[in-house]
Design a protein around this ligand. Structure first.
Ligand SMILES: NC(=O)c1ccc[n+]([C@@H]2O[C@H](COP(=O)([O-])OP(=O)(O)OC[C@H]3O[C@@H](n4cnc5c(N)ncnc54)[C@H](O)[C@@H]3O)[C@@H](O)[C@H]2O)c1
Length: 348
């Protein structure tokens, strides 16, 4: 399977040119959300002057649109528009729009082409890459989904300039995740940069996105190596699920940062690796993200969701745990008491 590599574009002209190359002579719809439409659609003006979409479909912003109900509305709308296999669904948005749009397009008529225009830092470094798309059901994250590559991923970093601080920090969490998994220069550079200014350069964003691409390329269907990208996600998804019905939803990356902290503590408790290095990871994550962990759920609120995590095979729990910086391993059947103690150390 050919894995789609994110292509970075420097300015509006280059973005327009890439879109023309990809879409000229083809019918396409733009799927976006109401907030992204307001902030990012104007940056497509050059392209849209001469290339009109069949429709611009706006969904409600955020995780709430990753639902089977919204999928049905979109499939029905695609049928009404007469979309077919030569048409393209352009997803303009963060991870929610990419996950939703990718899944709906890849299940409509057994799959029609998708193009991603990620607009959040998180989607640029992570969610738009790798072809995993899906929606939630019964508060369980990404429980219905596909693995299927988009036709193209065009990353125009200026899109993310209108993000709120919390949304930006949420994206930083996935950059940190890639840095811990990669180790080496990426870890050193991310650590230095975030310690100094709590933001990252375009060059680091590119390397982070390319790191994810390199892992997916080796294991597109998450049979083995790709599972290490789930670092922080077993706990992070349970936290997100427990927060799903709150008025103020917790951003994905901020939940993942909490998950990485707990899972690093878990690795230390289980005496799995280099304690000194794991303490360094723990301290780096805690100091960088603790200001954003508001009203975290208690253990008894998240534990039911740990049992429903889609990574659980035959009732075994599964974690991608750090053994050192640059070395993660899949660990199964971790005693629940240890997970609880690790969680309660920070979020009781
Ligand atoms: N498929 C994958 O491999 C993968 C990987 C990581 C995360 N995800 C998924 O991605 C989702 C989170 O994605 P996200 O963090 O991008 O959040 P999101 O897409 O929900 O967007 C967050 C908020 O930011 C707004 N927004 C988006 N772009 C903006 C911009 N440029 N300016 C101003 N506001 C903007 C949105 O309208 C929304 O309100 C989760 O559902 C997560 O499960 C998927």
């Amino acid at each position: 399977m050919k894995i789609t590599k994110p292509k970075f574009v420097r300015n509006e002209q280059a973005l327009s040119l890439s879109l023309v190359r990809q879409l000229a002579g083809r019918r396409f719809v733009i799927l976006t959300d109401e907030i992204v439409a307001e902030h990012c659609m104007p940056l497509l003006a050059v392209f849209l002057q001469n290339h009109q979409p069949l429709d611009i479909i706006e969904v409600e912003p955020g995780e709430v649109s990753k639902s089977p109900e919204v999928c049905i509305q979109l499939w029905d709308h695609f049928i009404e528009l007469g979309l077919n296999k030569t048409d393209v669904v352009v997803c303009l948005g963060g991870g929610s729009v990419c996950d939703l749009g990718g899944f709906v397009a890849k299940t409509y008529k057994r799959g029609i082409p998708v193009l991603f225009l990620p607009t959040t830092l998180l989607a640029m470094t992570d969610a738009s890459i790798g072809g995993k798309n899906g929606v939630d059901s019964l508060d369980v994250k990404n429980v219905i989904g596909t693995i299927s590559q988009p036709e193209a991923i065009l990353v125009y970093p200026s899109f993310y300039e209108t993000l709120t601080r919390r949304q930006y920090v949420s994206g930083l969490a996935e950059v940190v995740k890639h840095a811990v998994i990669s180790g080496g220069e990426l870890w050193n550079d991310v650590k230095t940069m975030l310690s100094n200014e709590h933001s990252i350069s375009l060059e680091i964003l590119k390397r982070s996105a390319e790191f994810k691409y390199s892992i997916v390329k080796q294991d597109p269907f998450e049979k083995d190596l790709r599972r290490i990208l789930n670092f922080g996600h077993t706990i992070g998804h349970a936290i997100e699920s427990a927060c799903m019905n709150r008025a103020d939803q917790l951003e994905h990356g901020i939940a993942v940062a909490a998950g990485m902290l707990v899972e690093t503590e878990l690795a230390i408790r289980l005496k799995l690796g280099e304690k000194k290095e794991l303490d360094e990871v723990k301290e780096f994550i805690r100091s960088g993200f603790q200001d954003y962990w508001i009203e975290m759920p208690r253990w008894n609120e998240i534990s039911p969701f740990l049992e429903q995590d889609k990574k659980i095979k035959a009732k075994k729990n599964v974690f991608a745990l750090p053994f050192s910086i640059g070395r993660l391993e899949i660990v199964e059947q971790v005693p629940v008491g240890d997970v609880e103690k690790a969680y309660n150390q920070f979020f009781s």
